[in-house]
Design a protein around this ligand. Structure first.
Ligand SMILES: Cc1cc2nc3c(=O)[nH]c(=O)nc-3n(C[C@H](O)[C@H](O)[C@H](O)COP(=O)(O)OP(=O)(O)OC[C@H]3O[C@@H](n4cnc5c(N)ncnc54)[C@H](O)[C@@H]3O)c2cc1C
Length: 386
């Protein structure tokens, strides 16, 4: 699946223009009011951003992974809250259905996801099951041809906006093989949301708990219709997500470099622009080199991802996606730190955007598998294959 190169190049130009003309000027609004303006959300729908990764037959644009990463790179060049509005529709919220759903599930859900009419979230994490996701406790008990769900999901991105969740719950015994992935409409009786989390950064993004108390769904709500496959589905979804997050990391690194270079040119000390000092140039050069290394990695691994059979997992590609996320998210942390340093005291002040980017990028090392979890995946795969 990929968009032809001419249409893709037009799309990329349109998105770049939208970012420069509409999103960048709205960054201060998002920071101040902790929300993305609704008129911008509507424009995102018109541009097709909610359906970037959904095939054309379901009303999406049908980008390949490497094309999606190029778009994610561009979206990284502005406040990350904008991408988050449709990020779960493009990635973790919808892809489980696309990869493993039944034809009926795909036809029912994906066109509404692609148009932005339905916001989908991904609910795996729980209060006692984060990195150890296979230990999740949310129960889904069979009752005739229904399941009854009880449990709490934590830190769920876009839950306050979601119309439905791809939600992992335990239908069987302990461990990964007892987990099933469900499609759970948000409006069902017994489902309620916790209060919206107050976060370190990424103002304008929304997360909260999702609490399930005797929520009833038909057995046909299990993705693919077969219980016990949900953990595998979640891990495949996260492989893709890790490449997407890596591309976003490179985009925001590029933006921080842009802000830092502009500041270094403008700010004068000791009678000259600080950019003339080689110690400042060294920080800029390290950031540029690391950003380029990360972006080269994203491009290479996302192309490999596109070469494997669609929707199949490949341990080698999973390991490479983990290497990419590990490198790129740690890289942008260092780039953001240097960005603050180059700005001096101004780097600590909110009105200079590097301060908020510094806080925003901190999350990238935590979700969709922490850096330590990426290290474990890489280490385990190396020991298996060498
Ligand atoms: C803003 C935000 C949005 C999120 N969005 C979503 C979402 O949409 N859907 C969703 O399901 N989840 C979401 N999450 C949850 C996120 O994926 C988890 O927070 C993350 O996986 C880490 O889990 P945890 O917070 O329980 O940390 P823990 O697992 O408790 O980890 C704590 C520390 O221990 C380390 N650690 C854990 N196990 C090991 C080990 N075996 N070896 C070495 N170190 C280890 C971790 O790396 C970390 O440093 C979100 C989180 C945040 C903050």
């Amino acid at each position: 699946m990929a968009l032809d190169s001419e249409s893709f190049s037009i799309l990329l130009d349109t998105i770049r223009r939208f970012i420069q003309e509409r999103l960048v000027p709205a960054e201060n609004h998002v920071e101040e009011y902790d929300e993305v303006p609704q008129d911008i959300v509507e424009e995102m729908k018109e541009l097709g951003l909610f359906g970037l990764s959904i095939p054309e037959e379901y009303g999406g644009i049908g980008l390949s992974m490497s094309q999606e990463c190029q778009v994610a790179f561009e979206l990284g060049r502005t406040a990350l809250a904008f991408r988050s509005v449709f990020g779960t529709n493009v990635g973790i919220g919808s892809q489980g259905i696309l990869m493993d759903g039944t034809p009926a599930q795909k036809h029912e859900i994906l066109p509404r996801v692609a148009s932005g009419e339905l916001i989908m979230s991904f609910a795996l994490t729980e209060p006692d099951a984060g990195s150890d996701a296979a230990a999740l406790k949310t129960r889904a008990e069979a009752d005739g041809d229904e399941y009854v769900l009880n449990g709490t999901k934590r830190f769920i991105t876009n839950a306050p906006r979601a119309g439905a969740f791809t939600l992992m719950a335990r239908t069987g015994g302990p461990g990964a093989s007892g987990v099933s992935a469900f499609i759970i409409p948000a409006a069902l009786p017994g489902l309620r949301l916790g209060k919206t989390d107050k976060k370190m950064g990424q103002r304008g993004t929304k997360t909260c708990d999702v609490i399930l108390e005797n929520v009833r769904v038909p057995a046909s709500a299990i993705i693919g219709g077969v219980p016990g496959q949900g953990f595998k589905t979640a891990m495949k979804v996260l492989d893709r997500g890790r490449l997407h997050i890596s591309a976003v990391s490179c985009g925001i690194a590029q933006r921080i470099l842009h802000e830092s270079t502009a500041y270094a040119r403008e700010r004068k000390q000791f009678g000259k622009a600080i950019g003339e000092f080689q110690l400042i140039q060294a920080m800029l050069a390290d950031s540029q080199a690391e950003m380029l290394a990360g972006w080269s990695l994203v491009q290479d691994v996302s192309r490999r991802f596109d070469l494997k059979p669609p929707h199949m997992s490949d341990p080698e590609i999973s390991m490479q996606a983990s290497c990419t996320k590990l490198f790129c998210t740690e890289m942008v942390g260092r780039v953001a730190d240097r960005g603050v340093q180059i700005h001096g005291g101004a780097g600590y002040i909110n009105e200079y955007k590097v301060e908020r980017f510094y806080r925003d990028v901190r999350l990238l090392r935590l979700y969709e598998g922490t850096t330590q979890i990426q290290q474990l995946i890489i280490g385990r795969e190396l020991l298996k294959s060498h």
